[in-house]
Every structure is written in C-alpha cells, then in structure tokens.
Design a protein around this ligand. Structure first.
Ligand code: PEP
Length: 252
C-alpha cells in the first residue's frame, strides 16, 4: 500500500478580519511544528492572502486559495487569476467547492477548466466533489461522484491527478454538524479510488482524498483512521485554533 502524506486543509470561507486572522494564524502556527505528521494548509479569503504569505514564511504551513478564475486575464470584473495566486506563493487552490457549485452555478465543465488552469500555473488543485441530500436519498451518490470526477478526467486526463487532491464533501454534511458516518465516508472514498483505477491504477493508489463535512475535534480521529481517507477539508472548526490543531494532530 502506498504511503500517502496526509493533509489537513482549513477553508476559512468569508470569515474574519485582518486583526482576527492574524491572531488565529499566530495560534495555529504555534501548534504546527516539525512533529506535526500532517501537511497543514490554510485557505483564507483572497484579500488576506498577501498578509498570510508573509506570516507563513518560515513556518511549515502551506497557503492556498478558495477559488480561482478559469480565465488567465482580461475583462472579468471581480475575478482573480491563477497567476495572481501564484505571485503570492499559493501552493493549492480549492476548485468546485459545493458553495461555488450551488450558490454560484459552477458546473462540472467550469470546475474542470479551473482545475486545468490551476495546474497550468504550477499549483495543486483540490477538487471538491459530493452529493446533495436528495441525491443520496435517491441512491444516486455514486452516479453524481462519477459524473463530477469524469468531467475532470475527460478534460485534464487521468495523469493530472498525480498532482491533485480530491475532497469528498457530502453537501448535506457541510456546515450542518451532520457528519457522514465513517462507513459512509470510507465507502465513497473507496468508490473514488476505484473510479480512477479504471484509467490508472497507480494514480488511484497515490492520489490523496480528503473528507470534508462537519469534521470536528471529536470526530476527526475516527474518520482519519480509515483506509482511504488521507486527511480533511475543514470549514467551521478551522476558525478555532485549538480545534483545528486537534484535528491536525488526529491524523494517523
Ligand atoms: C467546507 O466548507 O469545506 C466544510 C467542510 O465546512 P464544515 O467543516 O464547516 O462542514
């Protein structure tokens, strides 16, 4: 079995102020050191990226963005290009978060375009996929996951997943306090790996697959212990330094 480096990623969403993110970052940075087994990543709101780029210098913590434009430059008011994120030392970019898909109408093709753009600029996309509650209740989870994955495989090619992270985030578990059971999560993570293995066995075995959806300090360990879960994408709990650090130190 391949050794996958675990990753715990904070998605701060549209929260915080300059003052509060400085305090939060200082508290997190204090608890992340060479002993921390997992890679740790923070994705702040765009405008705080330059500030964090400075604060994270000389730490083990990596910097990422929550979104990106699929375009390289031009008349796209309000958008941010991948090259701009690269300018501020971002290593990772989240694409296809369910809030982008549902609130901003980002479809599978747009998400795949963003995935390709991020890689073209030398950064690693974190591709979020996951089913809605009604899709799970209609037994369509695997169909939805397959569709979301296939759109990216089709556009980027399977080898692109050698430099990508996947985050399985059941939409019904995001920000709801309702976590998938370890069995539900493991089942979908295994399905994702099998889907990729249809194209390339090695890629399927080495790609990191995070779980996201109400991961908290008290449930992280049992999720991260599972065979196909390589860490987490953390929303609400990443805004509390102590909780986030407990999650970071819950990886196997
Ligand atoms: C997320 O937004 O990616 C997420 C998992 O949020 P939460 O942890 O708050 O459910």
């Amino acid at each position: 079995m391949s050794q996958r480096q675990s990753l715990v990623a904070a998605n701060w969403k549209m929260n915080g102020s300059l003052e509060s993110i400085r305090q939060l970052l200082a508290a997190i940075a204090q608890g992340v050191n060479k002993e921390t087994q997992s890679e740790v990543l923070i994705c702040p709101p765009y405008v705080y990226i330059p500030e964090l780029a400075g604060l994270l210098d000389n730490t083990e913590i990596r910097l990422g963005a929550q979104n990106v434009s699929q375009h390289n430059s031009g008349a796209y008011t309000g958008e941010v290009a991948a090259s701009m994120l690269k300018d501020f030392a971002c290593d990772y970019v989240i694409v296809g978060h369910s809030e982008r898909r549902t609130l901003y109408g980002e479809g599978d093709v747009r998400v795949a375009e963003k995935f390709v753009t991020v890689q073209a600029h030398g950064m690693t996309p974190i591709l979020c996929i996951g089913e809605l509650l009604e899709e799970r209740e209609a037994n369509n989870t695997e169909e939805v996951i397959a569709r979301q994955l296939d759109a990216v495989i089709e556009m980027a090619g399977i080898k692109a997943f050698n430099n990508a992270v996947i985050a399985y985030e059941p939409v019904w578990a995001i920000g709801t306090g309702k976590t998938a059971t370890p069995e539900q999560a493991q089942e979908v993570h295994e399905f994702i790996r099998l889907r990729l293995a249809r194209h390339d066995h090695e890629t399927a075995e080495t790609v990191r697959i995070l779980y996201g959806g109400s991961v908290k300090a008290d449930n992280a360990k049992q999720l991260f212990e599972l065979a196909d879960i390589d860490g987490g994408l953390i929303g609400g709990a990443s805004l509390v330094a102590e909780d986030f650090l407990t999650i970071c130190h819950s990886v196997r």
